[in-house]
Design a protein around this ligand. Structure first.
Ligand code: NAP
Length: 390
């Protein structure tokens, strides 16, 4: 990997809008406020919001992408423009045989719910469910690979009386499905809920999914997405950065790497190192935690699991412990992993984690007289830096 020894960190001109609730006092406290700032002021703004007790509902790109409102589809934010690897070099991640758009919104596949259960322990905040759909009987058969998403079209109509539009969700099961039969898909869905004008608003699709009963029929589209594909290399190193339900693709990677029956089925014997950073508000909100602890016990040389539990742990400044704080604590080691050309980084969840992660990497790079703002696009171009955040 070519790296620059330039000293100055270039400025990033992207603008972001941060949607905040809970600032102010009294009746104003619940009102939503929006702040638009350039990328280099984003981290400072978020720290100041956290200090004032505000809750960040969304971080939107300048184009408004990334919104997480109940009426608008929470589709993955458009990732930074993709730089294609030089044609002479093979892609780091294999895109061959990746199915795309087998089913489109006009003619969706009708799947059947086989199970729907809570992933949360007692005392957790909110609702997060694991929901599985039977995909049997499609022509063509709806299939997918790890790192892709599917669309769900919730029943019913929107405020204008038009049929609800699809929402995209990251797939949480490997291509073999949780039952390894190759004919199911699972999602990890948090019910979106927020207060507006003193009223609790429930997300349309997330509520539809969290409430759905086994046996129900659901309109499914896709699969879509090639940003979050795993490398085929069994010796690859994989760093995973997830907040909340952004764990979905990471669960598929980790099952593929470490779940005994899945390993046997896929014939892919992972020999590299994997490091998961997971951000959740409370211990009870950690998702798939028992599985990840089990993988760590079984594969201590191959798997590390680092948690940022925001409302139980504090960062060095006494604020909520976020994933970017854990990245900062481990920045030197993470950076040395990244210097290895076999290492891939995957980020999924809240877009708000990105500036802090960049800052930590910039500091680690600068300690080696390297320039992160030049290095990161090179990693992206080499298909080793994978981001899907809202
Ligand atoms: P959540 O439970 O609300 O939050 C997860 C953790 O992130 C909490 O500990 C939260 O802390 C923390 N957090 C809040 N603001 C943060 C910031 N600026 N930087 C770092 N951490 C922060 O998460 P969720 O509702 O499941 O949401 C996950 C997000 O990922 C949603 O926006 C969802 O749409 C998105 N998502 C994206 C994809 C994708 O792009 N493919 C897939 C799945 C999910 P506090 O609440 O304690 O402040």
């Amino acid at each position: 990997m070519r790296v620059s020894t330039g000293r100055a960190i270039q400025s990033d001109s992207r603008m972001f809008t941060v949607v905040v609730e809970g600032l102010g006092i009294g009746r104003q406290r619940q009102a939503e406020r929006r702040f638009t700032v350039p990328f280099n002021q984003l981290q400072g703004l978020m720290q100041s919001i956290a200090q004032q007790g505000g809750r960040i509902r969304a971080v939107l790109g300048a184009d408004g992408a990334g919104g997480d409102t109940p009426a608008a589809a929470p589709a993955p934010a458009a990732p930074a423009p993709k730089v294609k690897a030089a044609p002479s070099k093979p892609a780091a991640v294999s895109h061959a045989d990746v199915p795309v758009n087998l089913y489109k919104p006009k003619d969706p596949f009708i799947g059947t719910v086989t199970e729907n259960y809570s992933l949360l322990a007692d005392g957790a905040i909110g609702r997060v469910n694991h929901i599985t759909f039977d995909l049997k009987g499609g022509d063509p058969q709806l299939h997918y690979v790890e790192g892709q998403s599917i669309g769900i079209i919730p029943d019913g109509t929107d405020a204008n009386g038009k049929p609800n539009k699809l929402r995209l969700y990251s797939i949480a099961s490997t291509r073999h499905g949780d039952n390894l039969a190759g004919d199911t898909v699972s999602l990890c869905v948090r019910q979106l809920q927020y207060e507006k004008d003193g009223e609790t608003i429930n997300g349309v699709c997330s509520t539809f999914l969290c409430d759905i009963e086994p046996g129900a029929k659901v309109k499914i589209t896709g699969p879509v997405g090639k940003e979050m594909l795993l490398p085929a290399d069994e010796d690859a190193n994989v760093i995973m950065l997830a907040t909340g339900t952004g764990i979905a693709p990471m669960r598929t990677y980790l099952r593929r790497m470490f779940e005994p029956a899945e390993r046997e089925k896929n014939g892919w014997t992972f020999k590299g190192k994997a490091w998961l950073f997971m951000g959740a508000p409370t211990t009870a909100n950690l998702l798939y935690d028992d599985d990840f602890n089990r993988y760590q016990e079984q594969y201590p040389d191959n798997f590390r699991y680092t948690k940022a539990i925001s409302r139980e742990q504090q960062n060095a400044s006494g604020g909520r412990m976020y994933i970017q704080d854990r990245v900062s604590e481990n920045a030197e080691e993470i950076f040395s992993w990244i210097e290895n050309p076999k290492t891939h980084v995957y980020m999924c969840g809240l877009r708000g984690m990105e500036p802090g992660i960049d800052e930590a990497m910039a500091t680690a790079a600068a300690a080696k007289n390297l320039n992160w703002s030049e290095l990161r696009p090179q990693l992206k171009k080499a298909e080793r830096w994978h981001v899907e955040t809202y």
